[in-house]
Write a protein that binds this ligand. Sequence first.
Ligand code: GRF
Length: 195
Amino acid sequence: KRVAILISGGGSNMLALVNSMTGDHPARPVLVASNDPEASGLRRAEAMGIATAAVDHRRFGKDRAGFEAELLRHILAARPDILCLAGFMRVLTAGFVAQFEGRMLNIHPSLLPKYPGLHTHQRALDAGDTQAGCTVHEVTAVLDDGPLLGQAQVPVLPGDTADSLAARVLVQEHRLYPAVLRRYAAGDRTPILLP
Ligand code: GRF
């Protein structure tokens, strides 16, 4: 299976996914693309010999469709079977999502359906939650919704800040996303809960 990965920043999740696609893994990375030409994850992908593309969403102002049309051109040129959003921070229109229905994944730093959207860790702290974590789900037209494919939980510890909790969750993201992708690329969509 050919996997394209969309990033917006450092791409630590992209790196975890790329590093997992070796040996008998049913998938290989064919493109890393970003909405930010300065995303350092693009440099990391290039250093690993992976094709990259960048479409600066700021060039398009409010023309979301125009941005997505150019991004789609780069993505389709790579002929991916699966699209992984990994720290990708742009909301995609239903039109874009429809082209990858049933073959697009996203990782979100909360235990969905709790805390869709942004600032998930601060919201968990404010709510006094004792558990937090991350979710991999199939992407549908509804933001941070869609069938769950995997979750990993972490404890919220006394004195946690949004940053300390984010760091603990990020470690689990790097375990969960590769575990889900390996199954998903083999056609297995059974949700997994990482211990
Ligand atoms: C992190 O906040 C992570 O929780 C979320 O996207 C952000 C950046 O991830 N998934 P990455 O390091 O660019 O993969």
